[in-house]
Design a protein around this ligand. Structure first.
Ligand SMILES: NC(=O)c1ccc[n+]([C@@H]2O[C@H](COP(=O)([O-])OP(=O)(O)OC[C@H]3O[C@@H](n4cnc5c(N)ncnc54)[C@H](OP(=O)(O)O)[C@@H]3O)[C@@H](O)[C@H]2O)c1
Length: 298
């Protein structure tokens, strides 16, 4: 049930993995939702109750109609960084509150402390937000469980071994639904202004063990074969920027031989335990068995 006295929340990245679930969570809580779509054709996937605006983070003035009359923004930045300052300035002029999807770049674990252009951009945007005086909350997920859809699902669907570098690297994959639920909670519940939440899954697992967990959910063994970093670089050419590939390799290399960083933030905020990778995999088996583009979300 919508409560007309609550100003709407504008969700950016509305058609993305996290933003889409944030919208569902806000609607469930009775919060009116505006969705920003970049490609207008993407709007067909959004719930009927959402008020849809088209806008582009690289064209700051295009956001004005969506920002006008909005109470809070869920900000997902997937655009180049050049227009971030202008966008944050426009937000601050029209909106009271922002929840920003960032990363754990301040966390003193080697996995999060490797050279990382994405982290640098997140840190810059956080500084811009802080300088405006906007009420803010920063959401910092570690490795998303759904990354495996793009990384490993194609080989698994083809019945092949998963070939991947740094099989011994440990991460604590966090379920996208938990990240979105925390983000939504901080948008409609009091007490989160100034919060910065590092969100992880409950357990540290090597990448090879994660593939094995997915195999368990599918009821079959999936072979894991170690790939060298150079093979990974060559295979990733044309599909991912080299800076992203180098960032991942450095992070995984630093994560071998030590448990992943894990927090209790999901449970602290939601009052329920974070979903395990086993749960995530059980809920996503079709993505590993049926023809799909590998980008299916939760
Ligand atoms: N993967 C991880 O493990 C991980 C961990 C921590 C943090 N993160 C952060 O999570 C964020 C990505 O979130 P996600 O996975 O939910 O996103 P996503 O699934 O990659 O979706 C991208 C979204 O951004 C929108 N978009 C793209 N370019 C745009 C533009 N110029 N203007 C306005 N909107 C634009 C897209 O809208 P259209 O569909 O309309 O084009 C889409 O909704 C990144 O900042 C990433 O660094 C990821």
């Amino acid at each position: 049930m919508n409560q007309p006295d609550i100003p709407p929340v504008l969700v950016t990245g509305a058609t993305g993995r996290i933003g889409g679930v944030v919208i569902d969570q806000l609607l469930d809580a009775g919060v009116p939702v505006r969705a920003l779509t970049h490609r207008s054709e993407a709007a067909v996937t959004l719930p009927a109750k959402v008020e849809v605006f088209t806008g582009d983070l690289t064209v700051p003035e295009s956001l004005d109609p969506a920002l006008s009359g909005t109470g809070a923004v869920f900000l997902v930045w997937t655009a180049p960084p050049q227009t971030a300052a202008a966008v944050v300035e426009r937000m601050a002029a029209q909106v009271r509150r922002v929840v920003f999807l960032s990363s754990p770049h301040q966390t003193p674990h080697p996995f999060f402390q490797q050279p990382n252009p994405m982290s640098a951009m997140h840190a810059d945007i956080e500084r811009l937000i802080a300088a405006t005086g906007l009420e803010s909350t920063i959401i910092r997920p570690g490795m998303l469980a759904s990354n495996s859809l793009a990384w490993w699902a194609p080989a698994i669907r083809a019945g092949e071994a998963v070939r991947w570098p740094y099989g011994a690297a440990e991460t604590a994959p966090v379920d996208d639904r938990d990240v979105a639920a925390v983000a939504a909670r901080t948008l409609y519940q009091d007490g989160h202004v100034g919060g910065g939440y590092v969100l992880t899954g409950p357990e540290s697992l090597t990448q090879a063990a994660q593939v094995s967990v997915i195999g368990d959910a599918l009821g079959r063994r999936i072979a894991f074969e170690e790939m060298t970093p150079d093979e990974f670089r060559n295979l990733s050419k044309g599909t991912a920027p080299s800076s992203v590939v180098d960032m991942l390799l450095a992070a995984w290399s630093a994560a071998v031989g030590q448990p992943a960083y894990a927090t209790t933030a999901v449970a602290d905020i939601l009052g329920t335990a974070p979903r395990t990778l086993r749960q995530w995999a059980a809920d996503h088996t079709t993505a590993f068995t049926e023809s799909s583009n590998g980008s299916e979300g939760s």
